[in-house]
Design a protein around this ligand. Structure first.
Ligand SMILES: Cc1cc2nc3c(=O)[nH]c(=O)nc-3n(C[C@H](O)[C@H](O)[C@H](O)COP(=O)(O)OP(=O)(O)OC[C@H]3O[C@@H](n4cnc5c(N)ncnc54)[C@H](O)[C@@H]3O)c2cc1C
Length: 432
């Protein structure tokens, strides 16, 4: 199956949603957007505003929420952390990336508020944590970086982390007040269900081929679309449409949720009612206490050719999730996981993002290396501007993304990708 999916993810915690109809008749439109994750949704929304008299066709191979945008850990960052050191020479790059993050965060903030999207959106930041040596070194780098960028932050010692989060394992932390936590599947569903009237969303409508020409044609299983311009927002699946073949691959992450904690169990945690903890080690665990009282932990990542994990693989990864959970919260060792899920993030060899024109009237934005909630929303909006001939600070910032590094063809690709993903766990120690 070219576009497989499964029923696991944050969507499982929501009421069932009726997807929009698939595209089964031919269409002629000015604009088509392929992919209805955060990038495609932001792009379609912006195109609709820029071209109010035109129909914008938004096509997704699956149902909304089944891509990475509905399966991530729900951290919409304002300030990115760059692993591996703090380099004064890179200050302008850091500033540029953070401008993009903040633009996306502000857009999401406004869209959630304006459309009354119930997605547990909470914009009061989160905590970056360190336990073992490598992460403690990153803690020093991150502190210097935040000082240089004049980003408000608060340094937290082990005692304060225990008091806030209820775990005695964390040794040091940095709280940043800007950034939002969100239920990711509820966010993308809400964004999809509040699109402007001139956007037509078709789900379960994979585009199989983009045929060059003026106009362009998109081939689907049961229909053809003729369009003047197309924005491709398909993340790591761009190579299936012949784009970025040697530049973008999928890395599969997995995590687990506990059942809802009882009042006593919650009382055994810290004083925060809801929080998010991002490890300062690139291979460390991402942990949340959600507003509905579950602990979520994600601490595995692997190369699987860009596919989700099956039931047996998820059960096996759960052992690693469990170990990460119990060492942080031994007081909750009796609390079972209710389910596990996986998701695929788009990564490049050199950690860059992709933005711009890929062919005649074909545009692409995506590949955010695990940090695409804010950034994807900004890139999606900016690619709509760019393809429409508009300029903005965010367009310039996105265009300044460094070029992607070439990935050799198979079988070297598989070997290289395997080691690239595995390398993030080097020296992870207790942070996993
Ligand atoms: C487990 C996990 C945790 C993460 N945690 C975070 C986090 O906490 N914070 C953060 O900022 N980022 C996080 N990320 C990364 C973030 O989720 C992604 O960068 C972001 O969602 C990418 O958005 P997108 O719209 O570009 O891609 P996607 O959400 O992947 O959307 C692409 C869409 O294109 C569709 N598609 C693909 N090919 C076709 C085709 N041929 N025809 C039609 N449709 C097609 C797919 O079905 C999909 O819906 C995480 C990712 C994962 C997997």
């Amino acid at each position: 199956m070219l576009f497989p999916t499964d029923g696991h993810g944050w969507g499982e915690l929501l009421q069932p949603r009726q997807p929009c109809d698939a595209l089964v008749t031919d269409k002629r439109v000015a604009w088509a957007v392929i992919g209805a994750g955060l990038t495609g949704l932001a792009c379609a929304r912006r195109l609709a505003g820029l071209h109010p008299d035109q129909e914008i066709l938004l096509l997704d191979a699956r149902c909304v929420g089944q891509g990475a945008s509905g399966r991530n850990s729900g951290f919409a960052v304002a300030t990115s952390q760059f692993n591996g050191g703090f380099d004064l020479q890179q200050l302008e790059t850091y500033r540029r990336v953070n401008r993009i993050n903040r633009a996306g965060l502000d857009l999401l903030d406004a869209q959630v508020a304006d459309n009354g999207i119930a997605c547990q959106w909470r914009r009061d930041g989160f905590i970056h944590t360190a336990i073992d040596q490598v992460a403690l070194r990153e803690y020093d780098f991150f502190r210097k970086y935040l000082e240089a960028l004049e980003v408000d932050h608060e340094l937290l010692g082990a005692g304060e982390l225990q008091a806030r989060l209820g775990s005695g394992l964390y040794q040091a932390g940095i709280a940043i007040g800007d950034g939002a936590l969100v239920q990711p599947a509820a966010l993308v569903r809400g964004l999809a269900d509040s699109l402007p009237d001139n956007v037509t969303l078709c789900e379960q409508s994979p585009v199989l081929e983009i045929i060059d020409g003026q106009p362009l044609s998109l081939r689907l299983a049961d229909a053809n679309v003729i369009c003047d311009r197309v924005v491709v927002a398909t993340n790591y699946e761009a190579p299936k449409l012949g784009l970025l073949r040697r530049y973008l691959i999928g890395s599969t992450l997995a995590g687990s949720f506990t059942r809802v904690l009882t009042q006593d169990e919650r009382a055994s945690l810290g004083r925060l009612q809801e929080w998010g903890a991002l490890s300062l080690h690139g291979g460390g665990a991402t942990v949340r206490l959600t507003s509905d009282g579950r602990i979520q932990i994600r601490n595995t990542a692997e190369y699987h050719g860009g596919r989700l994990l099956d039931e047996a693989e998820l059960a096996a990864r759960q052992v690693t999730h469990r170990a990460g959970f119990e060492k942080r919260f031994p007081q909750l060792a009796q609390v079972p996981f209710e389910f596990s899920w996986s998701g695929v993030e788009g990564i490049s060899r050199n950690g860059t993002n992709f933005f711009g024109q890929q062919g005649n009237n074909v545009y692409f934005a995506g590949g955010y290396n695990g940090s695409g909630v804010s950034r994807g929303s900004a890139f999606g909006t900016a690619i709509a501007d760019y393809a429409s001939g508009e300029t903005s600070q965010t367009v310039s910032d996105c265009l300044a993304s460094i070029a992607g590094a070439w990935i050799p063809p198979r079988p070297l690709l598989d070997i290289g990708a395997f080691f690239k993903v595995r390398s993030r766990f080097r020296g992870v120690g207790l942070d996993r």
